[in-house]
Design a protein. Structure first.
Length: 259
């Protein structure tokens, strides 16, 4: 487990205000099949700067602790000059997918289930201050809405609702600006590729090698192509006619054979 005493900059002071402890309280965790609540410690250990575990008696709302922790994280975020990234934004969505993603089992038919929430704190589009994740093993429904046998067993066994709260270091979380730069780069690459293809098609000549084969005849917008000896067109011929605007440089895109 990561050391709590040596915390790099981030949003983690809220952990000391929400209670809980650092003694692991998880449900159904084995060495061969660890609980989803410990996956951050197993997979993201270098990114974790603090954590708290909770094991609570049955309540009316199993997500209450996770929500309270998220609110405390948001309060510290604002106090440090940041803001919580919109849930549908690239920064928050990518962090949620990575930190939770497929780690949580599907709910299935049982009334106890796993749930998770996350948040990213940023100061401006290019400076992430920290990340927050809470993973809950929720037993409230089986105790309050299950059949009589389920409710009885739940109360007798006193299976608690368990919540794990994590604070993530900021330098491992991609910012909104990172995604904007990636999008801008993608658009620029697409535009450059489009211009390259337009120039290639404009300058086609007898003997030019395309993604479909070699140009052997040009008639206005139509081009006759000789395919390689090891390739046949769909109609079994060694040549075919194609529109000029469907051809591309060698191997840049699959050949449509004039379709």
């Amino acid at each position: 487990m990561p050391a709590m005493a040596q915390q790099p900059p981030g949003v983690a002071d809220f952990l000391s205000t929400i209670g809980g402890d650092t003694d692991m309280k998880t449900s159904g965790s084995l060495r061969t099949r660890p609980s989803p609540q410990v996956f951050p410690l197993l997979d993201d250990a270098e990114e974790i700067i603090g954590y708290r575990f909770f094991a609570e008696k049955i309540t009316a709302d199993g997500s209450a602790t996770a929500v309270r922790a998220r609110d405390a994280f948001a309060h510290e975020c604002v106090a440090k000059g940041g803001r919580i990234e919109p849930e549908d934004g690239d920064a928050a969505r990518s962090f949620r997918d990575r930190a939770l993603g497929r780690r949580l089992p599907p709910r299935g038919e049982f009334k106890h289930f796993w749930s998770g929430i996350s948040a990213v704190c940023s100061r401006g589009p290019d400076q992430v201050l920290g990340g927050f994740v809470a993973i809950t093993y929720d037993t409230t429904e089986v105790a309050t809405k299950g059949d009589l046998g389920s409710r009885l067993i739940s109360h007798v066994s006193m299976i608690p609702t368990r919540t794990a709260v994590y604070a993530y270091r900021p330098d491992q979380i991609r910012s909104a600006a990172w995604f904007q730069r990636a999008q801008d780069s993608y658009v620029a690459d697409r535009e450059a590729e489009q211009k390259r293809r337009e120039a290639f098609r404009r300058d086609l000549a007898i003997g030019t090698v395309t993604n479909c084969g070699t140009v052997i005849q040009i008639r206005g917008p139509m081009v006759e192509i000789a395919v390689p000896p090891t390739t046949l067109t769909p109609n079994g011929q060694s040549t075919f006619w194609s529109r000029r605007d469907t051809l591309a440089p060698t191997f840049s895109t699959p050949c449509t054979y004039g379709l």
